[in-house]
Design a binder for this molecule. Structure first.
Ligand SMILES: C[S@@+](CC[C@H](N)C(=O)[O-])C[C@H]1O[C@@H](n2cnc3c(N)ncnc32)[C@H](O)[C@@H]1O
Length: 236
């Protein structure tokens, strides 16, 4: 059941990317299949229900596509036994720096999610129940990271959920390997050679605490050679 469920969810979540071009479709297939973050968010029930979920640095909107299809499958009764319910979110808002990714996200998602072009360092985040940042924070300076975390805190209600995935700088060789892959991909995607700002999981937990969150960590790199960790935080 689970293997079939995964195949169906993958097919449903990637299908809309056909209209965004071959690259977008193939990229969606590779990422949603191979990155354990997407299935992990569902399997561990990390995302609560909410009116507004914001995905900062949303790339081509894969998280939105994934969550929308997961919820549709849950509602139609096609859902693995024993798994937490798929999150019920009324509105998904994605923010992305690169216009090409914004265009791909919009082509795939249409009006099922709102995708804006902008910079997480300066955009107005509005109010949200859930905020998610997957693999983005290391692209901005340490000061900017802290500022973004404080603005996310201000955007959430008390007890609101913030989830971010980071590369654990204390992760040894897998961490160094993931940094190298990251730099190559970013170069190929037109960002040039950029500095990155990483921290260990312990340092991230400290920063989150300073910014008003209570947080825990969960390894999220199964099946990959990386040292990725999901940080699950609530505002206090
Ligand atoms: C590794 S990708 C992750 C994309 C998406 N979160 C996912 O998991 O599919 C990082 C994304 O962050 C975006 N990004 C980097 N810096 C940003 C910034 N300051 N504001 C908004 N987006 C940014 C990049 O353009 C890229 O799409």
């Amino acid at each position: 059941m689970t293997a079939q469920f995964r195949r169906t969810l993958l097919e449903r979540a990637t299908h809309p990317y056909r209209s965004a071009g071959l690259f977008a479709w193939k990229f969606a297939q590779g990422k949603l299949k191979g990155d354990p973050a997407f299935i992990g968010l569902l399997q561990h029930g990390l995302i609560p229900d909410g009116k507004r979920l914001i995905d900062l640095g949303c790339g081509q909107g894969l998280l939105a596509a994934w969550l929308l299809e997961a919820r549709a499958m849950h509602e139609s009764g096609d859902w693995p036994q024993g798994w937490p319910a798929a999150p019920k979110v009324e509105h998904i808002w994605g923010l992305e720096l690169m216009p090409k990714d914004v265009a791909r996200a919009r082509a795939a998602l249409g009006d099922r999610a709102e995708i804006m072009q902008g910079d997480i360092r300066s955009a107005d985040l509005g109010q949200a129940d859930v905020a998610i940042i997957l693999d983005v924070l290391h692209y901005i300076s340490y000061e900017a990271q802290e500022d973004v975390l404080r603005r996310i805190h201000a955007a959430l209600p008390k007890g609101g959920t913030f989830i971010t995935r980071i590369g654990d700088a204390a992760g040894g060789l897998p961490f160094r390997y993931s940094n190298w892959v990251d730099r190559v991909i970013f170069f190929l995607r037109g960002h040039g050679i950029i500095p990155i700002y990483c921290r260990s999981t312990a340092e991230w937990l400290d920063v989150l605490k300073r910014c008003g969150f209570e947080a825990r960590s969960m390894p999220m790199h199964k099946g990959t050679p990386f040292s990725s960790v999901m940080l699950i935080a609530k505002t206090v």
